[in-house]
Design a protein around this ligand. Sequence first.
Ligand SMILES: CC(C)(COP(=O)(O)OP(=O)(O)OC[C@H]1O[C@@H](n2cnc3c(N)ncnc32)[C@H](O)[C@@H]1OP(=O)(O)O)[C@@H](O)C(=O)NCCC(=O)NCCS
Length: 162
Amino acid sequence: MVRKCNQKDFEEIFEIINDAAQAYKGVIPQDCWREPYMDMEDLWREIGKGVKFWGYEEGGRLLGVMGIQDVQDVTLIRHAYVRTQNRKQGIGGQLLSFLRTQTKRPILIGTWKDAVWAIKFYEKHGFKLVSRKQKDELLRKYWSISERQIETSVVLSEGKKH
Ligand SMILES: CC(C)(COP(=O)(O)OP(=O)(O)OC[C@H]1O[C@@H](n2cnc3c(N)ncnc32)[C@H](O)[C@@H]1OP(=O)(O)O)[C@@H](O)C(=O)NCCC(=O)NCCS
């Protein structure tokens, strides 16, 4: 079941993000990796900036989470994470398909250039990598991330004009 997350889910969201983000360890550039990958303060800050989390729940437990954030004239999909044990069962796909129904704006997704599985996952759902020049512009316009993260990230779009 896909449902909206609330304040009570905070610790479980935190746990899922940091479990799932282990996939990045040794894959993304070493200077971009942190342990924990996202600390509680960062997570609060993201929620404060308008990231709304939705979760996939089964048996009273969240197995995956995905955030959605309206920024200027677009909607960003942020922080897509499925527990390591529960991958490749369609959970991420269900969350993504659901979130797509929640906005009429063009959707943009940013991820690490080296997270090839995530790029494949989004491509499977019809998203396309934008050009290098365009992704730099989009990351600067819609995200608040460091130059280093811009350099090491990619952006996927639905192919609609933004
Ligand atoms: C990306 C992620 C959210 C996808 O969730 P999921 O529930 O595993 O995805 P689904 O089961 O709906 O879809 C599976 C598809 O995703 C892609 N995929 C997922 N894991 C993959 C892997 N390890 N290697 C290659 N492709 C992978 C494939 O296209 C796969 O389709 P297939 O089974 O037909 O090959 C999940 O893998 C995850 O949490 N990864 C770690 C964190 C991350 O990379 N998040 C993205 C941040 S933007």
